[in-house]
Ligand binder design. Sequence first.
Ligand code: GDP
Ligand code: MG
Ligand code: ZN
Length: 290
Amino acid sequence: MTTAPVRMVQAHANHGAAAVDGDLVKVHFPRRIERPLPGDLVRLDAAGTLTEVLERRNLFGRGDGRGRFRPIAANLDRAVIVIASEPAPSRDLIHRYLAACLIRGIEPLIVVNKSDLPRPAQPPFTELESLAALGFDAIETRCRQEPDTGELKRRVGHGVTLFAGQSGVGKSSLLNALVPDLEAQTGKLSHVTGKGTHTTTTATAHRYGDDAWLIDTPGVWEYGLWKMEAETLQIGFPEFSEHAARCRFRNCRHRSEPGCGVIAAVESGALPAFRHEAWLRLLAEQERFR
Ligand SMILES: Nc1nc2c(ncn2[C@@H]2O[C@H](COP(=O)(O)OP(=O)(O)O)[C@@H](O)[C@H]2O)c(=O)[nH]1
Ligand SMILES: [Mg+2]
Ligand SMILES: [Zn+2]
């Protein structure tokens, strides 16, 4: 019997929950099938046992301390990268997230939450305009005072959106503002999985309207990339490519090589220096994984 695919909303070691006909059901994971992730489309048998994980469009994740890829969620249409004036974003956080999204084929959207607070006159806030000129859009939101989530709602009204960002920036507050029955969904989920209601200890997909899913992710302090080739990392810096085409060496890393088109573009002002500096730090970090 083949049943219609259903959406995984939460996954633990050997069980999770999926959305079936507007309800949540417990799913058992047999060992022979790769563990599914929130966002995955799966098939179940009548007993609620997983029988198949459908092919994924993409897979988002993070690197652990040793540079191994740790998956977080699958089949994303976009990732919202939430930053706020407090806690202040760690250095390169935004460049890491942007790179991860592009490398994984996921559209990024920068959200500056807590717009009721003054914007610090320091990176990455001072770089947002420049990032927008490179095609990395940013919008503002706030959950306090007079809440403002209208533009965000328009951007996430269809498809699957992952909410990423440091602990404390307001991911769960934004989810609460967007999903009116979030608490009810969370309570039901906890009943189904037997886990506590503090669901942001694990990535969780929430239904948003008829057409969309919003995935809340657990708080991280630092978001790390995983070990990859320099060519792959450069997918995360798409504005480099037209200049890199002029580098003298085909495998130029744009560090201090003679005839480097990227360095020339930084010197002429065609590329923002802060992106090149972030590139150099992420490249150096890659070499520490080896
Ligand atoms: N001033 C201000 N505080 C906010 C805003 N949004 C969330 N917060 C607060 O920031 C803290 C962390 O929010 P939370 O949603 O738990 O962040 P998360 O860890 O990213 O899920 C809470 O105390 C929220 O009340 C906002 O727009 N403005
Ligand atoms: Mg949270
Ligand atoms: Zn170069």
